[in-house]
Design a protein around this ligand. Structure first.
Ligand SMILES: [Zn+2]
Length: 160
């Protein structure tokens, strides 16, 4: 005993991004400085007496691997015309989520000629973004989750 088996601390899930995975306490994320305490990743600090473990939190791991749990596709003429407002809404949603769930983040926003793809570390954030855009701007919202993979695709479009 005493040696940590890497990546196999808990047995809850084979998914390496599993947010409920257990880490030794305290552990801090070497990328975003979140701290793992009392069973969850939170904003916090490490005191000088502590000898923390180091890891990548599940959100930073997804970012590194470019492996999102949610994808949001935005398209349509209306989207092009109201892009600024809509992206502001997305930002607000991310901020709100982060306050209570710091692992829920945007990973990227890729602009294509006529649409935009947003990737999130967490499926709930993708759903939340889709729903709040639909609430504020109508349009067509379609949410599809895969059977095997835990990946949610959220499509929102509005032409005029
Ligand atoms: Zn992190």
């Amino acid at each position: 005993m005493g040696e940590e088996r890497r990546g196999d601390v808990g047995h809850e899930s084979k998914n390496p991004y599993y947010e409920g995975k257990k880490y030794k306490e305290p552990t801090y994320c070497t990328n975003c400085d979140l701290v793992y305490r009392e069973g969850r990743w939170i904003e916090g600090s490490i005191s000088s007496e502590e000898d923390p473990h180091e890891a990548l939190c599940p959100a930073c791991r997804r970012k590194r691997d470019r492996n999102p749990e949610g994808l949001v596709y935005l398209s349509g003429n209306y989207f092009q015309e109201h892009k600024k407002e809509i992206l502001q809404l997305v930002k607000n949603d991310e901020e709100k989520a982060k306050q209570t769930r710091p692992l829920q983040r945007l990973m990227w926003a890729d602009e294509e000629s006529n649409s935009m793809e947003l990737a999130t570390t967490n499926e709930h954030l993708a759903r939340r973004i889709g729903k709040s855009i639909a609430r504020a701007h109508d349009g067509d919202l379609d949410i599809k989750s895969g059977h095997n993979e835990r990946l949610v695709r959220v499509y929102w479009t509005r032409e005029d």
